[in-house]
Design a protein around this ligand. Structure first.
Ligand SMILES: Cc1cc2nc3c(=O)[nH]c(=O)nc-3n(C[C@H](O)[C@H](O)[C@H](O)COP(=O)(O)OP(=O)(O)OC[C@H]3O[C@@H](n4cnc5c(N)ncnc54)[C@H](O)[C@@H]3O)c2cc1C
Length: 408
């Protein structure tokens, strides 16, 4: 007789290891099948190697910042951000709070989180590494994996398509589809973007703080963020850009999108106009480029003046009303055409995945196939940076592992 597991978990990432550990704690016989040679590879590079494991936001804020956030209520209630902190502290990893409500291990080492999670998973379950799941089907209430593993239940914890070098190559979607599930097209999110602009060479490396960035579709701002961004050789990166990228990913195929920068968001248009009049007056016999040093970082001045169609050497006293309007306009709405987002290889998260309305949010069980569960990034949920995505992986993993009962 072949060995029949109560549950087999596909993928030893953040969600899969949490699910396996919890199922094992509940007395279930379980194993994780992981295609890479070691578990938790993506987890080990999170937060630039420091692992921003969760956020101090309350549950309502958590739900609000996710795509399909309502779906996650039960998971966050069952295993909250506070549970995550005490879970890791019990496993010997002290955590610390930083700005923006972000939690990190006190050691600043993501590897401490990985080691703790492996310890938890292995205590109550086992992990088979270098074991890629290539086929899954169900026969007479038993799931058969790679024609050699048998289980009453399976949990698909394969992650999405982001950063495929870590093992997440979209296999979970194929498994879900094979059981009749529909998938919202997986797209790269929390990813840098490409811009069409001649001035990029000059702007490369420029960091802007306190900038208001909008995405413009058909001359309307469809999304707006305030904070930091950076120009790169190909376009733009940084917190504000990453946050906007999921929406850009979704819209770019059907729309011509622009990135609009308000370089002076703290001033009203009238206040800015007054300031500009004052500076032009003060700098009367000096050149426009000299006056703009009062208002802008040095590196942006040439591309900015080119954008306005003016000459760098033009004297301030010679700037007429129309030219002043152009400057004013560019200060609050400096536009760049967006040509796309960078590849999934550079993405932090996937937008898209297994449709949430086909999964029972109280258990993470498929509404289509009994005994089939999902957790983590494979589901159509995603949030901005800040520790939210890992919390969702831990919460949905815990809930999936906790929902399977011995008799199932
Ligand atoms: C560079 C980077 C930094 C990040 N930093 C943060 C951060 O600081 N905070 C935060 O909240 N989020 C962060 N994230 C996002 C976070 O890492 C993910 O949301 C989270 O790891 C998802 O967990 P998961 O278990 O669903 O999937 P994954 O962690 O991707 O794990 C999936 C596992 O399944 C395995 N697998 C896939 N297919 C198969 C198969 N066919 N057979 C067997 N095994 C398979 C993979 O090898 C992998 O080990 C970051 C992501 C990246 C890429």
């Amino acid at each position: 007789m072949p060995e029949i597991y109560d549950v087999i978990i596909i993928g030893a990432g953040a969600s899969g290891m949490t699910a396996a550990g919890r199922a094992g704690e509940n007395g279930l016989k379980s194993v994780i099948l992981e295609k890479k040679s070691r578990p938790g590879i993506k987890l080990s590079i999170t937060g630039k190697g420091r692992c921003n494991l969760t956020n101090s936001a309350d549950i309502k804020e958590f739900v609000k910042c996710f795509k399909n956030g309502e779906f996650l209520y039960s998971a966050f209630r069952t295993f909250s951000n506070e549970d995550t902190i005490s879970f890791f502290e019990k496993l010997g990893v002290a955590c610390k709070l930083e700005r923006g409500g972000r939690y990190f291990p006190a050691s600043d080492k993501a590897s401490d989180i990985v080691d703790a999670l492996i310890k938890y998973a292995k205590k109550n379950s086992s992990i088979e590494t270098s074991c890629e799941v290539q086929s899954v089907y169900k026969k007479e209430n038993i799931f058969i994996i790679n024609d050699r593993f048998f289980a009453k239940n399976i949990i698909v914890a394969c992650g999405g398509i982001a950063y495929p070098s870590t093992g997440s190559t979209g296999d979970g979607y194929k498994i879900a589809r094979s059981f009749g599930h529909r998938i919202a097209k997986p797209l790269p999110a929390l990813v840098p973007i490409n811009l069409k602009s001649d001035g990029l060479k000059e702007l490369k490396g420029l960091k802007l703080k306190n900038v208001e960035v909008s995405v413009i579709d058909a001359d309307k701002a469809v999304s707006k963020e305030f904070g930091e961004m950076e120009f790169t050789a190909f376009g733009a990166d940084g917190p504000v850009i990453l946050t906007l990228s999921g929406m850009i990913s979704e819209k770019i195929k059907d729309s011509k999108l622009f990135l609009s920068l308000n370089l002076k968001p703290a001033l009203s248009r009238e206040q800015l106009n007054q300031r500009l009049l004052r500076e032009l007056d003060n700098f009367g016999q000096y050149q426009l480029k000299d006056m703009l040093k009062e208002l802008l970082p040095l590196q942006i001045i040439k591309p900015f003046i080119d954008h306005c169609g003016l000459a760098m050497t033009k004297k301030c006293s010679q700037i007429n009303k129309i030219e002043r309007e152009k400057i004013l306009y560019a200060l609050t709405d400096l536009r760049f055409e967006i040509s796309g987002v960078r590849d999934a290889k550079e993405a932090i998260i996937t937008r898209g995945g297994v449709l949430t309305d086909e999964i029972d949010q109280k258990t993470m069980q498929s509404k289509i196939v009994k005994g089939l569960y999902f957790c983590g990034e494979v589901i159509d949920i995603d949030a901005p940076t800040g520790g939210f995505n890992l919390q969702a992986a831990f919460s949905t993993g815990y809930l999936a592992g906790n929902s399977i009962k011995q008799e199932d």
